[in-house]
Design a protein around this ligand. Structure first.
Ligand SMILES: Cc1cc2nc3c(=O)[nH]c(=O)nc-3n(C[C@H](O)[C@H](O)[C@H](O)COP(=O)(O)OP(=O)(O)OC[C@H]3O[C@@H](n4cnc5c(N)ncnc54)[C@H](O)[C@@H]3O)c2cc1C
Length: 452
């Protein structure tokens, strides 16, 4: 995990944003080149917004977090937040798209506008557009209330993928058959290519990748408890190439199902690349799948999709590190620490590790051994410490973070590189504390374990 190692591949955040904006806006000049606008302000506005939104929606398929070439460099957090935010933009534009057609009729009263709307919704030629519009509303509702819906995550994911594919197909049909500019061969070609790429990306994730994975099966070689409700799961390749990754990255892990199964979950590698071909995960019981992780027998077949994520030191400029983890969010930090140890990292490292109870601390003996070998200060923080606790008492808030950071030489070093991973409230508190202490966003690398 040398800083000379290149960053995970992919465009930078500004480049990604620019590409996305360019793709979203591309239909406008293509439509304008056709001339013949002038169907009235509201109709043109409605078509313009719908075209932008549909292009954005099709580009969303590549922002699913499963394409390293797209999200490798910016990381999964930025990719998923962007995916979610952009989805709201798409939704707003497409929601008003049919409504705007009815605005001119408002001059004749709300009844006239309503009757124009109901006429449109009943028109056979607009049926595919209407169904796509309704599916989009359902998809957004499913996204917004995901954690409150009574489905398993896998059912949600299947619904999300199927709904998105339906919208792509029906929306493309609507744009080509009913869109005022859809007859133009260049714009029609644009929609066909973009919709084709979107659907191919789904086929890649759900069919091609699982097919390729079958060439490289893995096997569980260790599954043992390492802390309260937390398990250490080690997998090794049965055949095929050793898994190449950078410390701190994660993989989608499928244990004991077909490689085509939707039952796969993201977990950070808590081993170092130097430990390959062995790859280790530290998994906390936290729901349907993870609650039964301890029951997975040694010998179970595993499939790995990865590595993903940019929670890694590779390619970053750092001569001073601060690693801050809470709960099982410490798993990727352990991977980074093991890599630092393997490389005999010569620079100062401060580690702040928060938990509720001492029984939750992961790999404590090993952490203390690493602290002795490197220029590393380990701050174990507990909110409910046992009697005689010699570490820090409290939670990772501004006061605790500042005290730990100043413990080395009395200073906070805003130019250090800060890695933060843990439960969302902890991450918010730590990021606010760091920002209050003068650390700039670009010096903070963070990863959430939930896309909420
Ligand atoms: C980048 C990343 C790295 C992670 N690393 C670790 C780790 O090293 N150790 C660890 O214990 N946990 C890690 N997690 C969290 C872990 O993925 C979830 O705890 C696990 O998927 C929950 O599944 P479940 O069926 O047990 O729980 P459920 O009750 O089904 O789900 C709980 C929540 O977990 C999320 N989730 C569930 N399934 C998936 C899925 N297939 N894909 C994405 N999110 C899902 C959803 O937000 C869901 O609401 C990581 C998560 C992410 C995003």
């Amino acid at each position: 995990m040398n800083t000379d190692t290149p960053r995970p591949p992919g465009p930078s955040a500004p480049a990604l944003l620019l590409l996305y904006a360019a793709l979203g806006l591309a239909p406008l000049p293509l439509a304008a080149l056709q001339g013949g606008a002038g169907r009235g302000f509201w109709r043109e506005l409605s078509s313009g917004l719908a075209m932008i939104a549909f292009a954005m929606l099709l580009a969303q398929f590549l922002l699913s977090g499963r394409f390293r070439r797209v999200s490798g460099r910016v990381g999964i957090d930025v990719t998923m937040r962007f995916h979610q935010l952009a989805a709201w933009g798409v939704f707003a534009f497409l929601l008003v798209h049919p409504l705007l057609y009815a605005v001119p009729a408002l001059g004749d009263g709300p009844g006239a506008a309503l009757s124009r709307l109901s006429g449109m919704f009943a028109a056979p030629g607009l049926r595919t557009g209407l169904v796509a519009w309704l599916v989009l509303i359902a998809l957004m509702a499913m996204g917004a209330w995901r954690d409150r819906l009574p489905f398993r995550y896998e059912a949600w994911r299947l619904g999300h993928g199927t709904g998105a594919a339906l919208i792509a197909i029906l929306g493309a049909h609507h744009a080509l058959a009913a869109g005022p500019y859809g007859a133009d061969p260049v714009l029609a070609g644009f929609w066909k290519v973009l919709a084709g790429i979107a659907l191919a990306s789904l086929a890649h994730v759900y069919l091609v990748k699982p097919m390729l994975q079958r060439r490289s099966p893995w096997r569980v070689t260790v599954n043992e408890p390492v802390a309260e409700r937390t398990w250490r799961v080690v997998v090794e390749p049965v055949r095929g190439p050793a898994f190449d990754f950078q410390a701190g990255q994660f993989a989608w892990l499928n244990l004991g199902h077909s490689s085509f199964s939707l039952v796969e979950h993201p977990f950070s590698m808590s081993s170092a690349p130097a430990d390959r071909p062995r790859v280790e995960f530290t998994i906390k019981q936290n729901g349907d799948f993870t609650d039964r992780i301890g029951e997975v027998p040694v010998g179970t077949t595993a499939w790995l999709d990865g590595p993903h994520g940019a929670f890694t030191l590779a390619g970053r400029d750092a001569t001073r590190l601060v690693l801050i983890g809470g709960g099982v969010g410490f798993a990727p930090v352990v991977g980074i620490l093991r890599a630092l140890r393997a490389e005999r990292w010569p620079h100062p490292v401060d580690v702040l590790y928060g938990n509720r109870a001492a029984t939750q601390i992961l790999y404590r003996d090993e952490l203390e051994a690493i602290a002795r070998e490197l220029d590393l200060r380990l701050h174990l923080v507990l909110s409910e410490p046992p009697a005689g606790w010699s570490g820090v008492t409290g939670v990772l808030d501004r006061e605790v973070v500042e005290t730990c950071l100043r413990a080395r030489d009395g200073h906070v070093h805003p130019d250090a590189l800060y890695f933060v991973c843990g439960p969302a409230p902890m991450m918010d508190a730590v990021e606010a504390a760091l920002s209050g202490l003068g650390v700039r966003d670009r010096n903070i690398v963070s990863e959430h374990f939930s896309y909420r």
